[in-house]
Design a protein around this ligand. Sequence first.
Ligand code: ZN
Length: 528
Amino acid sequence: MSRIAVLDSTLRDGAQGEGISFSVTDKLNITRALDDLGVDLIEAGNPGSNPKDLDFFRAASGLELKNATLAAFGSTRRRGIQCGEDDGLKSLLSAETPVVVIFGKSWDLHVKQVLKASLEENLEMIRDTVAYLVAAGRRVVYDAEHFFDGFAADGNYALATLRAAAEAGAECLVLCDTNGGSLPDRVGELSSRVLKEFGLPMGIHTHNDSGLAIANSLAAVQAGATQVQGTLVGFGERCGNANLSTLTADIVLKLGLECLRPDSLPKLSGATRRVAEIANVSFDEGMPYVGLHAFAHKGGMHVDAVAKTPVSFEHVPPETVGNVRRVLTSEVSGRSVILERVRRLDPTATKESPLVAQVVKRLKEMERLGYQFEGADASLEILMRKAAGKYKSFFELSHYRTIGEQPTEGKLSAQALVKIRVEGEDAISAAEGDGPVNALDLALRKALERFYPTLRGMRLIDYKVRVLDTMGATAASVRVLIESSDGQDAWTTVGVSTDIIEASWLALVDSIEYKLINDIERRYKAYL
Ligand SMILES: [Zn+2]
């Protein structure tokens, strides 16, 4: 049985999506999440195209990936020069990735009007570039940009571009529906033809401009393609790329082919949510397989039927993709998921334990306020500890105050003052920061460090804000996600309020408490 390799382009094509911008930390976190899921190739841009990509490749070379191989991405050499003189190719090699993805032009219109090259020149550019990278020890995946449009305009020429790449040593030929306008029967037909003609492994790269990215990818796989390209959450240029959370599930569950790792599918929902959180895009809960609505049942008859036999309204069991069935009118939704988490605190807990009921109730109250815990494990942990009575407060807040200053004229733009009480003793401190949240974070930790010296090694590494209920409420709530690290672990916490400073404060407090709880547990374990 053939195995379908997965190339995720979240960091490259995905980064072209409107409103998407990744920091180096974001990129590293996405790389880890994709690797955990079992993706084969992670395409991450060209270090020559911007300094952030260069920083990323440097930092990523230190990651120990379990499943994935990193791939740099770039174009064929420029016209009129040797490969060795081409800056783009030099920087591609400097990424030192085992795999390089090279895209070349298949469409005569692009060659003549965009590249301003002759048709023969373009073939030489493809041939030279692939051969050069192969000689430099790289495995080369060749992306035939606009292949389907190119074939429609001049089929022989489109095939000639593939031949140039194949003869120069590309290990895989990828047919790209770059403009996203092709239909599945056409994609299937041309995929078969290319496979027959070249006998090389073939891949498919589709865009969703006609709503057909998944259908087109599946048509290619059914015709024999063994690599699929896309982005896990589906975002990308214009209407996005093939959504890999849908596509990989379809390949395994509908086509019965191997894809990702044998244990990957149950991680699919979590990984997709994680990447969306890091990218700071709202998660489309209507997404097939992984969305909150995918296995939600509302209304008496459906609920009743699903309770009798789930297949009555579910095409696959939700747990196969790491999702859960939600019965929207009932109190028990999510209980089995919660149970698993509660058992980490109390191994004797069962579905019927009052503790589980209490946690579910509390979670629902919080979710109604706009909390979402999928991306904020540390806050979830604290919520559960509070419910289980395994929580001790480390300090009480008397009050805090922040002052912003504009224009800043080079100075730090905000000051914060925090007064707290620890075991009957008052502590007050002030700090300046780059914005009120930064100042508040610094002031709070300064006040606490005297009592809890390990906080000195902790820092805030990411901060994200999402506006909730954008539908016109005068005071919209905001959800703040904070990622913190102590150099050993990283964790994420969440706070919700109509006031952005308060939402940030709530997330900050959770973050500090999580760190202190963990320190205590680590020390306790060391004594055992
Ligand atoms: Zn693309």
